[in-house]
Design a binder for this molecule. Structure first.
Ligand code: AMP
Ligand code: MG
Length: 402
């Protein structure tokens, strides 16, 4: 049995980043970038007005006041998209709209709220003007040559906006990991079938497919394998044709828990079996050429926890992401908890913020078979190996699930 941190280390060491592909900008949302993005132009590309108003030469109005206004003559207009091409000279002003190019010669903008237009094409300025006021300078947002996004960043809606502003119609991202999912067990029936005596529906494959999708992978649910060597050999062999193979069940110490040995027989190099955690102890991990193989325990909560703690970081790494591990935040446990098995526990919790701090309680029944404990939870509560008792009101660490 190995420590959780060692197990994660081994998994990540064996995870290789996939090849890259170029996709249309809109298809890149949520995917990790496969290249650093360096700005090939300035943003904004030109000096422009941040207000509707008048472009002026600041020195014409430096001392303008209610009692000593400056009066300038309007010589034209610069709206967004329509450039005023002549030069502004002393005594002149150009009407500008937000986003309009600052005309040559002008070096400040006066908002329309601060002026009075007088008849005959003149404007009266009654506030002192400082050079560059209300001008958005070329390159003040993004400077040409600067690094804007880096390899491995997951593309957000805002980054799509930045890429569009810089003229990227296509984006280089990592190929999405293909993930095969195989449930094992003589008791399992698929969701469209009626469960007979002693049978239960295959639920973990669907939960896993959901987790895989949320982590940027492409899940494929394969046929259920039965608890005999022949069925397992056939199905697992098929499953190995993927970037990641997730198997559930059959990894414990029961008479029909054959998965580990069958995998080894198929040529999978088993890297570890059994981790010092609860739930999820029977976890198996191995590699087959470039394919990562996880034998996750069959109890639905164990399946979910071991996926989230070990397979998800690997999937993210394979998919090119920088950010592999869930963020941990401190929270106050509003109930006592005790254990003495020296394992790292992952409790299903519901956390909420009160007076600036997170408070967390468990979802109730913590049996590893209790699906509801996982679906009600918004976080996992981590109780470290060494801890024995946690008192009500003690600080713990939690990981949010979404
Ligand atoms: P195993 O790890 O195969 O010993 O299974 C442990 C428990 O999880 C048993 O009660 C199984 O019936 C249950 N189980 C295994 N696989 C699944 C699955 N795909 N969906 C729902 N429950 C399962
Ligand atoms: Mg089983």
């Amino acid at each position: 049995m190995i420590k959780a941190s060692d197990a994660l280390h081994i998994v990540l060491k064996n995870a290789r980043v996939l090849a890259t592909e170029s996709v249309p900008l809109l298809d890149s949302l949520g995917r990790p970038l496969a290249e650093d993005i360096v700005a090939r132009e300035n943003l904004p590309p030109f000096d422009n007005s941040s207000m509707d108003g008048f472009a002026v030469i600041a020195s014409d109005c430096r001392q303008a006041s209610e009692t000593k206004p400056s009066i300038l003559r309007i010589i034209g207009e610069a709206s967004a998209g329509n450039v005023f091409t002549r030069k502004v000279s002393a005594g002149q002003t150009v009407r500008v709209m937000t986003g309009g190019v600052i005309p040559r010669g002008a070096d400040a903008v006066v908002p329309i709220e601060h002026v009075v237009e007088v008849k005959g094409g003149e404007v009266r300025f009654t506030h002192p003007v400082t050079p560059r006021q209300y001008i958005r300078a070329a390159g003040e947002d993004i400077r040409r040559g600067g690094q804007i996004l880096k390899k491995g960043d997951r593309l957000t809606p805002a980054s799509l906006g930045v890429l569009a502003a810089l003229g990227h119609r296509q984006v280089r991202v990592f190929r999405k990991p293909r993930v095969n999912i195989i449930a094992t067990g003589d008791e399992l029936v698929d969701v469209e079938r009626k469960a007979g005596p002693g049978q239960i529906r295959n639920s973990t494959s669907y939960a896993l497919a959901g987790y895989v999708k949320s982590a940027g992978g492409v899940p494929r649910i394969l046929r259920i394998a039965r608890d005999n060597a022949k069925s397992l050999q056939t199905n697992l062999k098929q499953g190995l044709a993927s970037d990641v193979l997730l198997i559930t069940g059959g990894v414990s110490v029961g008479k029909y828990d054959l998965v580990k040995d069958i995998l080894a027989g198929l040529g999978v190099q088993i890297k570890f079996w059994q981790v010092n955690i609860k739930p999820g102890k029977p976890l198996v991990f191995g590699t087959y050429m470039k394919t990562l193989v996880f034998g996750l325990p069959g109890n639905p909560v164990s399946t979910a926890v071991t996926f989230l703690e070990f397979a998800r970081p690997a999937l993210l790494k394979v998919g090119g992401s920088n950010d592999l591990l869930p963020t941990r935040v401190p929270a106050i446990l509003d109930q006592p908890f005790s254990k003495s098995d020296g394992k790292r526990h992952f409790l299903r919790g519901v956390a909420a913020q009160r007076e600036g701090e997170f408070h967390v309680v468990t979802t109730g029944i913590q049996s590893s078979g209790a699906m509801s404990s996982m679906s009600k939870a918004n976080c996992l509560i981590i109780i470290p190996e060494r801890a024995t008792g946690v008192r009500k009101g003690d600080k713990v660490e939690i990981e949010f699930l979404s």
